[in-house]
Design a protein around this ligand. Structure first.
Ligand SMILES: [Mn+2]
Length: 190
């Protein structure tokens, strides 16, 4: 069973194209024009084992970040398909130097987002903190997942976000894994 997705999203604000293979090796080719977002998406691919190609262009950083979050969430949702046999849940604690992040997810088919990255600065590299939070919101909504993502403690803003994205990657890696031949819900549908 191939668990792939291809998304092309063209609006008056942005042009996004995504190719994704859930059962890859973490290979990636990513260029959104936003360096810190590229850095986080490369980590996400690498540590989740998802092959990911993303090309994005747009008028404003906020629009690019939002539309990449939407498109990547849609690609995950398409690729995970009917969720037959998946582990469904995933969790991870990941440190990055002095920072520690915890991520718990459920491929439930519904969005919930509980998010606290303990960010205090307005910008990290070339991204506004509010755009990082906006990306995760758009992603969770379109991937239709419960996403509980917390930085428990830390000092450096870059480290906090990096730990959070690595924890998200490891949680997805666990949740997407095929562990049975049944849909993991007592309702028989996810
Ligand atoms: Mn880094």
């Amino acid at each position: 069973m191939d668990r792939n997705a291809e998304i092309k999203r063209n609006t008056s604000e942005t042009n996004i194209s995504i190719k994704l293979n859930l059962d890859g090796l973490g290979k990636n080719n990513i260029d959104t024009g936003v360096k810190f977002l590229d850095h986080m998406l490369i980590l996400l691919s690498k540590h989740s084992g998802i092959d990911l190609d993303i090309k994005a262009k747009g008028d404003l950083i906020h629009h690019i970040v939002e539309d990449v979050g939407i498109s990547l969430g849609q690609a995950i949702s398409i690729a995970i398909g009917d969720k037959k046999g998946i582990n469904r849940y995933g969790s991870a604690f990941i440190p990055m130097d002095e920072s520690l992040a915890r991520c718990v997810i459920d491929f439930s088919g519904r969005k919930a987002l509980i998010l606290d990255l303990k960010l205090t600065e307005c910008n990290i590299e070339d991204m506004a903190v509010e755009d990082i939070l906006h990306f995760l919101n758009s992603f969770a909504e379109n991937a239709k997942i419960n996403l509980h993502l917390h930085v428990l403690y830390g000092e450096d803003q870059h480290h906090k976000v990096e730990a959070a994205f690595k924890a998200l990657a490891k949680a997805i890696s666990q949740a997407k894994r095929i562990v049975s031949d049944e849909i993991p819900s007592s309702k028989g549908k996810l």
